[in-house]
Design a protein around this ligand. Structure first.
Ligand SMILES: *Cc1c(COP(=O)(O)O)cnc(C)c1O
Length: 428
């Protein structure tokens, strides 16, 4: 499909990036299960390797099924280009890699997915990178945390799992003033509910494992570039603005303009880090995205109904769902995620840690798993699982205190979900 800026989201989620297969006419995007592609001749091969011609060389870098997904993701997020990779965590490394170097840091929200906090507070230190975590509601603290070595600001649009919505406009004003990119993890919201680039994000990262694929079959990630950041405005981003030694001195920004980050992500990120998405996974994700808006509407509707019911239950201390009027972040829905606050929230039980364990073990429709964003309803007791690497202070900051259960509301009948929660709460 040719780019038609007037098509609506429901049309684009089905058609963007996909064309009938030129060789066979196949209407669904084929799974190009191939490692390599035959060069027309030696001159063609040289042009591809020089990035003078865009085409397929080797599936660690590019693959037609993955390319269709990349184009669809860029379109749905309103970006210039996208790079898909093997997981959401891979996407975070892929986003940071061209920006960072030894001694450089990022300023990150303290309200992030538990695995991201571990990746940023521990693992990236091995590269000589570091992260400073701050409360992103304290704008002065965000400003104060940025120093000469800061190369990015990082947050989630709707934070997993605390029911927190980031004021992206306020945060992007700060990163703009500092001349550094804002990276937004849009996993919990999806581009249907929130479009971070419209609020000033430079890069949008996704775990496609969650709502985008939507049925718990695939691990995948994606980095979408807005194409709007001026990498050459300072000397802070030499991989993009100066001759890149890892690609025989090519200047990515000068050569590719708004596609600099995307080309760098493929030609160097995927080539040398190798966190490639396989074509079968790309196919499942393309299929999932076709129904994204339909599913997200049902997730939101069910989440509102279930969260509202839980809030009124005697065993419940609190429900953190921004869709509820009781949420301190309810007022941000209108500007940040006008179609709803997603399908994810936490519930705090008066009975504490032990009661949470009984509750989770008594559920029948809900599965206790380390995933979210599935058509199936899922729960997890974060403090004993995904967030167990964190200390209690970090757990509380991330919305995963010991008496808190994270709930990912699926697309089943809300009345059945409520009945299941009711019987489990009575046992807890
Ligand atoms: C799951 C998740 C990730 C990590 O993604 P994987 O695909 O599991 O690597 C990152 N951020 C958020 C918000 C997530 O929910």
């Amino acid at each position: 499909m040719t780019d038609e800026p007037n098509y609506g989201f429901d049309t684009l989620q089905i058609h963007a990036g996909a064309r009938p297969d030129p060789a066979t006419g196949a209407r669904q995007t084929p799974i190009y299960q191939t490692t390599a592609y035959v060069f027309r001749d030696a001159e063609h091969a040289a042009a591809l390797f020089n990035l003078q011609e865009v085409g397929y060389i080797y599936s660690r870098l590019t693959n037609p099924t993955v390319a269709a997904l990349q184009e669809r993701m860029a379109t749905l997020e309103g970006g210039a280009g996208a790079v898909c990779c093997s997981s959401g965590h891979a996407a975070q490394i892929m986003a940071l890699f061209p920006l960072m170097g030894p001694g450089k840091n990022i300023v990150a929200s303290s309200r992030l997915y538990g695995g991201t906090i571990t990746q940023f507070s521990q693992t990236i230190k091995r590269f000589g990178w570091s992260a400073t975590f701050v409360d992103f509601d304290d704008l002065d603290a965000v400003k104060a945390a940025i120093d000469d070595d800061t190369r990015a600001v990082f947050c989630e649009s709707i934070a997993n799992p605390g029911g927190y919505i980031t004021d992206l406009d306020a945060i992007s004003a700060i990163s703009d003033a500092a001349g550094i990119p804002l990276i937004v993890d849009n996993t919990s919201a999806t581009p249907y509910l929130c479009r971070p680039i419209e609020h000033g994000a430079t890069l949008v990262v996704h775990s496609m494992t969650k709502y985008l694929t939507g049925n718990g079959t695939v691990t995948g990630g994606c980095v979408v570039d807005s194409g709007k950041f001026d990498w050459s405005a300072s000397d802070k981003f030499p991989s993009l603005s100066a001759p890149e030694p890892a690609y025989h001195g090519l200047k990515f920004h000068e050569t590719f303009g708004p596609l600099a980050f995307t080309f760098h992500g493929i030609a160097i990120g995927l080539r040398d880090l190798g966190m490639t998405l396989n074509p079968q996974a790309a196919h499942y994700t393309l299929m999932g995205i076709e129904t994204l808006s339909l599913r997200m509407e049902k997730h939101v509707k069910n989440a509102l109904e279930v969260a509202g019911w839980l809030e009124g239950h005697d065993a419940v201390e609190a429900v953190t769902y921004a869709g509820l009027e009781s949420s301190p972040y309810h007022h941000r829905i209108k500007s940040i995620c006008p179609k709803g606050a997603g399908g994810l929230f936490t519930v705090a039980l008066k009975g504490g840690y032990e009661s949470c364990i009984k509750f989770v073990d008594s559920l029948e429709i809900f599965s206790h798993v380390a995933n979210l964003g599935d058509t199936r309803s899922l729960v997890i007791h974060s403090a004993s699982t995904t967030h167990r690497q964190l200390n209690e202070e970090q757990q509380i900051a991330a919305g995963a205190a010991p008496n808190v259960v994270r709930i990912s509301i699926g697309t089943e009948d809300a009345k059945d979900l409520i009945a299941d929660l009711d019987q489990a709460l009575s046992k807890a």
